[in-house]
Design a protein around this ligand. Structure first.
Ligand code: GMT
Length: 385
């Protein structure tokens, strides 16, 4: 057997709550655990990054505060930092998560690298969603994204659905590989009973959980309407784990008469404990390239009710790990919630099937080797240009 050859990998991502940053951070941690050296580039320390872990480095990119600029620029200092560390640490790869502006910064970093271009890090761009589905449609971004993608040595998307949309959006010469997201559940810090006690719930109450940054495309309006329409014989509550302020949805909550049935928790660190205390997950996004929170919910053995959009059907099989409905059909969503609440054993059975499928397809053990193989393939290819 050939000896393990560690790679030196640069990972560029957003630092705050957001699926692409969470995935990139988890990937870097797994790569370091496997013996690779991993350098993170971001404007702040990614929320879930543990700098005490061996072989992990973090390079903060300072955003300029020059008063002569109305808008601070991030792309150039990021590119300069990537070029500098790329050279000093001898990085093999820049793996950028979310194309805007990271793929452009990687391209600039390689242009600034100097010396032998064959020694410059290879660029791998992972598209996560709105870099294709939103910005890719915007004429003031599309040519820049397409340029950066064309100058990447490899492109990946987090679902087949996003791959198809990427190919339809950009004119690309190179292949696009699908590498799905993964999740590794951490040990729960609190038991189901403890969390339910904190929430003031009895064991009888059916708890539906939603976790997201509440951005408009998460369609919290439809989520609340679906929950309001669910008529179960058991008392039902909705817990929203909110990554941003819930204030703008408060009037709708009151209009729907849900004030005493919905619990909102912000800035939650132990999302896992709350997911574990729930009975089902509810997601109403109008667009979702993958749905990392949905995957987390499945890993906790909870069935998921969602709309059949984007990459969600690749994560949840309808009728197996949950129920998927056409976008906007809140009545159908409500019926699924009521069915789960009223049918003893059903949430557990569906949750177990959803978890089994998640464990078969979306663990780090399944997914990280695909990225490692891609890095090695790209590094072995001759330098272009
Ligand atoms: O949500 C976004 O607009 C961007 C991105 C992010 O940075 O959080 O989210 C996307 O990436 C996640 C991780 O791959 C996916 O699980 C989300 O489905 C995807 N969001 C959208 O497509 C809306």
């Amino acid at each position: 057997m050939a000896a393990f050859q560690p790679l030196k990998i640069g990972i560029t991502c957003y630092p705050l709550i957001g699926g692409s940053g969470i995935l990139a951070t988890a990937l870097g941690a797994e790569l370091a655990r496997r013996g690779h050296e991993v350098h993170f580039f971001s404007s702040a320390q990614p929320v879930r990054l543990d700098l005490a872990q061996p072989r992990i480095f973090f390079h903060e990119v300072v955003v300029n505060q020059y008063s002569l600029f109305t808008y601070p620029d991030y792309t150039l200092p990021l590119a300069v930092k990537m070029a500098q560390i790329g050279r000093e640490a001898g990085l093999d790869v820049f793996h950028v998560h979310y194309a805007v502006p990271h793929a452009t910064a990687a391209y600039l970093a390689v242009q600034m690298f100097g010396g032998d271009p064959a020694r410059a890090p290879k660029i791998i761009t992972t598209l996560h969603g709105t870099d294709t589905t939103l910005l890719g449609r915007d004429p003031s971004y599309r040519p820049a994204i397409e340029h950066a993608l064309a100058h990447s040595d490899a492109l990946t998307t987090v679902s087949e659905s996003l791959r198809e949309e990427t190919l339809a959006t950009f004119q690309l010469q190179q292949p696009v590989e699908v590498i799905h997201n993964f999740f590794e559940p951490a040990a729960k810090l609190r038991s189901r009973a403890e969390v339910r006690r904190e929430l003031g719930l009895t064991n009888e109450e059916f708890l539906v959980v939603h976790s997201s940054n509440l951005r408009p495309l998460k369609r919290i309006d439809l989520l609340l309407r679906a929950f309001a329409a669910a008529r179960a014989t058991r008392p039902m509550r909705l817990l929203i784990l909110a990554g941003t302020s819930f204030a703008r949805y408060q009037p709708l909550l009151e209009e729907l008469g849900l004030s005493d049935r919905v619990i909102v928790r912000g800035a939650v660190n132990d999302v896992e404990a709350y997911l574990g205390a729930g009975d089902a997950g509810l997601y109403a996004s109008e667009s979702e390239s993958f749905g990392l929170s949905i995957l987390e919910t499945l890993f906790h053995g909870k069935p998921v009710v969602a709309f059949r959009v984007g990459g969600i059907p690749e994560v949840v099989v309808d009728g197996e790990g949950g129920f998927l409905h056409p976008f906007g059909d809140v009545e159908a969503m409500a019926r699924s919630l009521a069915l789960l609440a009223d049918t003893p054993e059903l949430p557990e059975q569906m949750g177990a099937r959803g978890r089994q499928r998640a464990e078969q397809n979306f663990t780090s053990g399944r997914i990280v080797p695909k990225y490692e193989a891609l890095y090695r393939r790209v590094c072995a290819a001759p330098a272009s240009g």
